[in-house]
Design a protein around this ligand. Structure first.
Ligand code: GRF
Length: 206
């Protein structure tokens, strides 16, 4: 469909999707969200997309007999649109190797920790249980591992003594909403250079 088109995959409430809708809507990101796909019917993310008139597609994971059937349907859906970039935003599944290979270098994810620390589920709880004093979030390209792809951007915040997973998540989320649109903007402006595991940003002054 075009280089500056974005498909967002989301399973839940979709606040990161919202930040991408807002920053594409106001022109900060030179691109357009053309489709939102969810594996969960009724996900709040779908409502956020509909409110903006963005096309949505539900691939209800529970209706597919095998994971491979779901993956095939997802590839077909993405092939229809041929997006320039796919953003995972609270998408609670591991993207299979077929999709990663097909859209290599064009899939991003945001994760609520400073990777490689605390990959996988409940990153904020993991950070609290480990006792770190600083955590944050990471935008990275997606490879076939879990939260292991080349890191595009990271930013940090303190862990406070009274934090619970929820209060920490809320602090991190504020950073996420700034960082993810920033990474997508750089991608669409062709300012990201991937050198093996290292991603350089060719923004003037950085
Ligand atoms: C965010 O914390 C994101 O980093 C993680 O899942 C959460 C999704 O939140 N991958 P939302 O659905 O974008 O509000």
């Amino acid at each position: 469909m075009g280089d500056h088109t974005l498909v967002v995959l989301a399973s839940g409430r979709g606040t990161n999707l919202q930040s991408l809708l807002d920053r594409t809507g106001d022109g900060t990101i030179p691109g357009k969200v053309v489709m939102v796909v969810s594996d969960v019917p009724g996900a709040q993310a779908l409502k956020r997309a509909e409110e903006r008139g963005v096309y949505t597609r539900v691939l209800d994971y529970s209706t597919f007999p095998r994971k491979s059937d779901y993956e095939r349907a997802l590839v077909e859906t993405l092939e229809e649109v041929q997006p320039g970039l796919i953003c995972l935003a609270g998408y609670m599944r591991i993207v299979g190797p077929t999709i990663v290979k097909r859209f290599s270098g064009r899939i991003m994810n945001i994760h609520p920790s400073l990777l490689p620390a605390f990959p996988g589920l409940e990153a904020q709880r993991q950070a609290l249980e480990y006792g770190v004093k600083i955590t944050g979030c990471t935008v990275h390209f997606v490879d076939t591992g879990m939260d292991t792809g080349p890191i595009i951007m990271q930013d940090s915040c303190p862990v406070e003594d009274g934090d619970t997973p929820d209060t920490l998540a809320e602090r991190i989320l504020k950073i996420e909403h700034r960082l993810y649109p920033e990474a997508v903007r750089l991608f669409f402006q062709n300012k990201l250079e991937v050198l093996g595991r290292r991603v350089h940003s060719r923004e003037v002054g950085k």
